[in-house]
Design a protein around this ligand. Structure first.
Ligand SMILES: [Zn+2]
Length: 88
């Protein structure tokens, strides 16, 4: 079923890249709509729509991050566009 996919090489130096590739492949194969993240400032856990793949690719090309806003403390949160991990 997944023979046509490129292998994903996990190594300590390229872990985030590999994880990003894995998430991207998953999104091609299946519906992945929701994201649960722990807010870095107030520690609340929130479920939100995952950013559209086009938005992810735009951020990757531009070398920037994804942005979202915490519903609790209203602070802006930056996320790594590969892993969706909140960055401080
Ligand atoms: Zn918050």
């Amino acid at each position: 079923m997944i023979h046509h996919l490129q292998p994903i090489v996990f190594s300590p130096e390229a872990y985030e890249d590999a994880l990003g590739k894995l998430i991207q492949n998953l999104r091609e194969l299946t519906r992945l709509d929701w994201l649960k993240i722990k807010r870095p400032y107030c520690g609340e856990e929130m479920t939100q729509y995952i950013s559209p793949q086009e938005e992810v690719e735009r951020a990757l090309l531009a070398g920037t991050h994804l942005e979202t806003r915490c519903n609790y403390c209203q602070k802006n949160i930056h996320m790594d566009p590969r892993t969706f991990r909140p960055m401080l």
